[in-house]
Design a binder for this molecule. Structure first.
Ligand SMILES: Cc1cc2nc3c(=O)[nH]c(=O)nc-3n(C[C@H](O)[C@H](O)[C@H](O)COP(=O)(O)OP(=O)(O)OC[C@H]3O[C@@H](n4cnc5c(N)ncnc54)[C@H](O)[C@@H]3O)c2cc1C
Length: 391
């Protein structure tokens, strides 16, 4: 079947990075694209599906689309309508549920009013309204009461959560990682402040179906690219099923895998999701409740809050972080790169090897770039790559 399809480009991976680049090449350049996907479905980690009870479930964890960029929102809106949704997260701390990122309302939820008032005033004076600050910044405050607050937030919000999520203390991680959840000097309880936020009306998978439905695109599921593509590093040639391939590859999979781990594995953290049906209309107040200090799971997601589905029962997912093991089913999904300086250096060595192919192999997406990327950034990366390197 592959013989009948003369591809100009091969795209490895059908997540947002792969689907976007395939869609652009097919529709804007009118060239043929073979999308190779090793899973049994398209959509990468943004994939969702209906289970036997009729619940729409985000298989790889809750996904909320958000971006500051109108042009990016407009691009994705070509493939979906949106359900208006503002994401709110609560954290279960000392028996109470308070807004996350930790904000001025969280203060009032956890401390007696006179103390919360005092702390609010000090925070506003020191940092100014609407500011997002890193926990390390608050920890360096001179004021004794702010210092105590910083220690409290560090212990109750960051420390145990990070230990569970990463198996490491916050100090061992890049500040970029802990900084992803700031302290917000505001009464705004929304998790993201981006101007454009939403959940695709018919789910994420429908977006991918539309993006990849172009007649110039052929999708090959359940196929590991390594089974059909061979790279000749000496002569910088690419082979597809043993025959030289003259087109280009856009690779969105793990870069270390592409080079047979010759410099060692790049480390990842993995996750396990435990799904439960509960015979109540709603299980919790919002889509996501974090449990920094209690239980082995880090958070509970209730999908109905995201999807807006009406159902007499509800479905939740408890999320358990775990070690990533490439060869062990159940632990073999690389979710989050463990970003340490030496690992980034290892990544760069891999990248330099690929660059020797003089642009015949292009890298984009969270795995090929070894970065945490939100969906908007994965799409943006592919759109920019298309404009700068392909068009
Ligand atoms: C728990 C969790 C929650 C998240 N929540 C959000 C959120 O709320 N909002 C947001 O914007 N982002 C969120 N993200 C990030 C989002 O998942 C990524 O931005 C998105 O998946 C990136 O797309 P991608 O195409 O780069 O990678 P992926 O979606 O991972 O796609 C890569 C694809 O390549 C395939 N592949 C890999 N190797 C091969 C191979 N050798 N051969 C064939 N196929 C291969 C994989 O099977 C996969 O389908 C979340 C991530 C996680 C882990």
């Amino acid at each position: 079947m592959l013989k009948d399809f003369q591809a100009d480009y091969i795209v490895v991976g059908s997540g947002f990075a792969g689907a976007t680049i395939a869609e652009r090449i097919a529709s804007k350049l009118n060239r043929k694209v073979l999308v190779v996907e090793k899973r049994e479905h398209i959509g990468g980690n943004s994939y969702d599906y209906y289970d036997e009870n009729g619940f729409l479930i985000h298989k790889y964890g809750p996904h909320i689309f958000h971006t500051e960029k109108k042009w990016l929102w407009d691009y994705v809106s070509n493939f979906t309508d949106w359900r208006h949704y503002i994401h709110r997260v609560l954290a279960y701390i000392d028996g109470k549920k308070v807004p996350l990122p930790f904000n001025l309302n969280s203060l009032y939820g956890l401390f007696p009013t006179p103390k919360a008032l005092r702390l609010e005033k000090k925070l506003l004076e020191k940092f100014g309204p609407g500011q997002k600050i890193h926990i390390l910044e608050l920890r360096s405050a001179q004021d004794q009461e702010l210092k105590e607050l910083a220690d409290f937030i560090y212990r109750k919000v960051f420390l145990n959560y990070t230990l569970k999520q990463w198996g490491m203390r916050p100090e061992e991680l890049s500040p970029e990682v802990t900084g992803r959840v700031p302290i917000f000097i505001s009464r705004d309880n929304s998790y993201f402040q981006d101007r454009y936020q939403g959940i695709p009306h018919e789910g994420y998978t429908r977006i991918f179906e539309r993006m990849l439905s172009h007649p110039n695109i052929k999708v090959l599921l359940r196929t590991d690219a390594r089974e059909i593509i061979q790279l000749d590093f000496l002569y910088r040639r690419i082979y597809l099923n043993g025959r030289e391939f003259q087109g280009r590859i856009i690779y969105t999979g793990p870069i270390d895998e592409l080079l047979d781990f010759k410099y060692g594995e790049l480390p990842y953290r993995s996750l396990r999701f435990q799904l439960e049906v509960h015979p109540v209309e709603y299980y919790q107040e919002v889509a996501v409740v974090n449990y920094p200090n209690d239980y082995a799971f880090t958070r509970i997601t209730e999908f109905k809050h995201l999807t807006g589905q009406a159902h007499p029962k509800t479905m939740i997912a408890k999320e358990f972080p775990q070690e990533y093991r490439r060869d062990e089913p159940g632990k073999d999904i690389p979710y989050y790169p463990i970003l340490r300086e030496d690992e980034v250096e290892k990544y760069m060595r891999y990248r330099r090897e690929i660059e020797k192919f003089d642009g015949k192999i292009l890298l984009v997406g969270r795995l090929a770039e070894y970065k945490y990327l939100n969906m908007d950034k994965a799409i943006e990366g592919s759109l920019v790559l298309f404009e700068n390197k392909i068009k």
